[in-house]
Design a binder for this molecule. Structure first.
Ligand SMILES: Nc1ncnc2c1ncn2[C@@H]1O[C@H](COP(=O)(O)OP(=O)(O)OP(=O)(O)O)[C@@H](O)[C@H]1O
Length: 307
């Protein structure tokens, strides 16, 4: 387990992380969300022992990050923001260097490198210098160094930032394949990532925790939770939809030519909407019930707090 208690970091007058507390259990992939400047990287740097907290504590599988820093660090594979690697080294040279720093020699060193190379599919770029690789491959090299010592905890700072959709997909697949029996913390402001790979999300704003729940729980806070969107083959009676029990309002989406019927909190309105469609004999081409919109929840939770 990772246990974070009242973690705080002050830079001169500015409090970047402000009394943060939460726990992460084995098997969880935690999305760590927040707008620019919310304190995500600072928190990750404290968890990985690169930055000392001003106050508060954190422990990684029982090892305190301040008193047992080296032991805590050994449990962690860390992909820093932008995945910096030594650009003028070859992929083979860089991974060899990391393996040595981790204390591996001889056959063990080869085995560890081969395993990471196979997992990240780096075979065909092994001889290439890192600075000549595409962004996607650079990120994969960054991930290879993070998993080289097969750590039980992975801390990944914006692992798919700046990647194209195919590369994003590959990195997410990889994260999913690594998640069993591990603890993975991913900082991101890409909200689709949360639904795609995370079992839980913690949202911070101005260094403070503002939400903690499964992606479904967060989506259910959206004003679009249980909303019903209709695309009609003809003009639909907006007032009749708005008058249905449990309905909070109706929004017209001019671009899509659709209507979105919003549910009051806790209400399920699909049966009423469907009954009205049948009663009026409307030709409806599309009918969609929403889980909620994470981007809207995120904006509501963090609005005005960005640095
Ligand atoms: N070394 C430092 N000295 C002074 N202020 C800092 C330092 N590092 C970070 N900060 C400030 O702390 C706040 C949090 O920064 P942090 O990088 O943790 O945010 P973030 O959530 O990771 O943002 P982003 O999404 O842009 O990466 C910001 O206001 C930042 O300017």
């Amino acid at each position: 387990m990772i246990e974070i208690q009242n973690l705080t970091k002050r830079f001169a007058q500015h409090t970047a992380v402000d009394g943060l507390s939460f726990r992460v259990r084995r098997g969880e992939v935690l999305g760590f969300l927040g707008p620019n400047g919310a304190g995500k990287s600072t928190t990750m740097k404290m968890l990985t022992g690169f930055l000392a907290p001003s106050s508060g504590t954190a422990s990684i599988l029982g090892f305190d990050i301040l008193r047992q820093t080296r032991k805590a660090q050994r449990q962690i594979g860390y992909l820093p923001e932008g995945a910096p690697c030594y650009g003028d080294m070859s992929v083979r040279g860089f991974l060899g260097f990391i393996a040595e720093v981790r204390g591996y020699r001889g056959a063990e060193r080869r085995r560890r490198i081969d395993a990471a190379v196979a997992r990240l599919e780096l075979e065909r770029v092994l001889g290439q210098t890192i600075e000549t690789l595409s962004k996607g491959f650079k990120r994969r090299v960054g991930l290879a160094q993070a998993i080289l010592h097969e750590p039980p905890v992975l801390i990944l700072d914006e692992p798919t930032d700046g990647l194209d959709p195919n590369q994003k997909h590959q990195v997410r697949e990889l994260i999913r394949s690594l998640s069993q029996d591990r603890i993975i913390i991913i900082s991101t402001h890409i909200l689709e990532e949360v639904s795609a790979v995370c079992s839980r999300a913690v949202v911070i704003a101005a260094g403070r925790l503002v939400a903690d729940g499964t992606p479904l729980e967060l989506e259910s806070r959206s004003r679009y939770h249980q909303a019903v969107t209709l695309v009609g083959g003809e003009a639909l009676d907006q007032a009749a939809l708005a008058a249905l029990p449990g309905v909070a309002g109706v929004e017209r989406n001019a671009l899509e030519g659709s209507l979105t019927v919003l549910a009051r909190p806790g209400e399920v309105i699909f049966p009423q909407v469907n009954a009205l469609i049948h009663q009026r004999g409307w030709q409806v081409r599309e009918l969609d019930v929403e889980r909620g919109r994470l981007d809207e929840v995120f904006r509501t939770l963090t609005r005005g707090d960005a640095a």
